[in-house]
Design a protein around this ligand. Structure first.
Ligand code: ZN
Length: 460
């Protein structure tokens, strides 16, 4: 069994006492943490093994992203500034204008950004994941693949939150079939590094029959399921008109809440919904960076107090979990007018153990403790904006950058080392995605010349 020891480093364990070990070491045997402690002790108990000198670096548990849409990097610089659902009058979705090959490149680029910013685990929620599952799995990340379903009938210009024009049993079976195919191929693949969740995209496009099927699919595989919930005022209005209940209460009526569910956003939930989510021990994934762009701070403290486990995620456009942690800290301080809470250690815990609990993976990932998976990243502390580093968690969250991350390990394998992503030809991929984005948005404008496009794009 090959063992590597990262020694002479600052180890942020993420254990229950939030222990930080100075001049510490971590031993990794195969894909798990074999020892954590003072460098001298770990080196003495592991003679003759490969030693990585971690001087001047801090080792953190890998970040866990509970809500991502990797292909949506295509909308970078376009949709951030128009609210949600975006107030952009496109007659078709931009994603209908890109090929399967192009989706592979877009999703892979999103995964590279995730790795560079310290994510080791990511839940990808999308329709048509089978197209690019293999490519993102090859980046080396730990993945939870959640294939979206729906049975609400939507036209090409459908905007989330709107009522569907009807519900289709045939559409339901087709989408569930795709989700089942993804489970058959990927659940437990790559030595367990890739697993699947069941998913239905939106409350407003989910019939009671679909909710029951999605929950049953998750139970069949003893895994979780996910949904967008309470993400816009329009969604709440639509549910009240369509079902006579607010979104969370509609889900509660149909037995969809519970500890297998990871509900994304919960921005517009009232007290009755917070109580229902808390009492059912539903898990919440909070996307503070995207919420801030939408000018909203979800009632996260109240959801936490009600009994929900809260993890963190990115959502669209960017996959930077460092930005997510920092925004979680700042927006909650502003929303609660409390400069003392949360602390930097809190937001790191939310992005690690909090997310691990939300995904039901806290026995395997989320902290650097003996027996857990070796998922970690290393921050170079010798930076002008980080020294002095007596309290590295605070120093990094307040003053750091994702670019301070030098190396990333997933499942005991280096996926990034000394600033270089090892699993992807990054330079070529960046060029390719820039070309794909310019081409796709130009095609949108050419195909729909009458659409008032509110942005100036650079030439192709
Ligand atoms: Zn989302």
């Amino acid at each position: 069994m090959p063992t590597t020891v990262i020694a002479n480093s600052t180890i942020v364990t993420g254990n229950t006492s939030r222990q930080v070990i100075y001049d510490g070491a971590i031993a990794i045997t195969d894909d798990v943490v074999a020892a954590v402690g003072p460098s001298d002790d770990v080196l003495a108990s592991h003679p003759g093994v490969d030693v990585v000198d971690g001087s001047g670096q801090a080792v953190f548990p890998g970040l866990i992203n509970c809500h991502a849409h990797l292909v949506n990097v295509l909308s970078r610089g376009i949709t951030e500034d128009f609210g949600f659902p975006p107030d952009l009058p496109f007659p078709v979705s931009i994603y209908s204008l890109v090929s399967a090959e192009e989706k592979i490149a877009l999703a892979t680029l999103g995964a590279v950004e995730a790795i560079r910013s310290g994510s080791t685990t990511l839940l990808e929620m999308a329709a048509g994941i089978a197209v690019y599952a293999s490519s993102i799995a090859d980046t080396g990340m730990r993945l939870v693949l959640a294939e979206n379903t729906d049975d609400g009938v939507m036209g090409p210009a459908y905007r989330p939150g709107q009522p569907p024009s009807g519900f289709s049993a045939e559409q339901r079976e087709t989408k569930l079939g795709r989700a089942e195919d993804l489970f058959a191929k990927w659940h437990g693949a790559k030595d367990g590094r890739v697993t699947c969740f069941a998913s239905t995209q939106l409350v407003e496009t989910s019939s009671p029959e679909l909710l029951a099927e999605v929950r049953a699919l998750a139970e069949q595989y003893d895994t979780g399921y996910t949904i967008h919930l309470g993400q816009s005022r329009l969604e709440v209005e639509t549910l009240l008109a369509l079902r006579g209940a607010r979104p969370s209460n509609y889900l509660a009526e149909h037995d969809f809440l519970g500890s297998r569910l990871v509900a994304a956003h919960c921005r517009y939930v009232d007290e009755s919904e917070i109580a229902a989510l808390g009492n059912s021990r539903t898990h919440i994934t909070h996307q503070p960076a995207m919420a801030a762009l939408r000018a909203v701070h979800p009632p996260i403290p109240a959801l936490r107090d009600a009994g929900c486990t809260v993890g963190l995620g990115t959502d669209n456009n960017t996959q930077d979990m460092f930005e997510v942690m920092r925004t979680a800290l700042r927006t909650e301080r502003v929303a609660t007018e409390n400069a003392l809470s949360p602390q930097p250690e809190d937001v790191v815990e939310w992005a690690t153990m909090g997310s691990a609990r939300a995904l039901g993976m806290d026995d395997r990932i989320g902290s650097l403790e003996i027996g857990k998976k070796a998922d970690l990243f290393m921050v170079d502390m010798r930076r002008a904006h980080l020294v002095p580093t007596m309290r590295i968690v605070s120093s990094w969250i307040h003053n750091g950058q994702p670019g301070d991350i030098e190396s990333v390990m997933v499942d005991g394998e280096w996926v990034m080392r000394d600033g270089r992503v090892l699993t992807v030809n990054e330079i070529d991929l960046i060029d390719e995605v820039d070309r794909i984005g310019r081409s796709a948005w130009s095609r949108m404008i050419e195909a729909h010349p009458d659409t008032p496009f509110p942005l100036n794009l650079s030439p192709r």
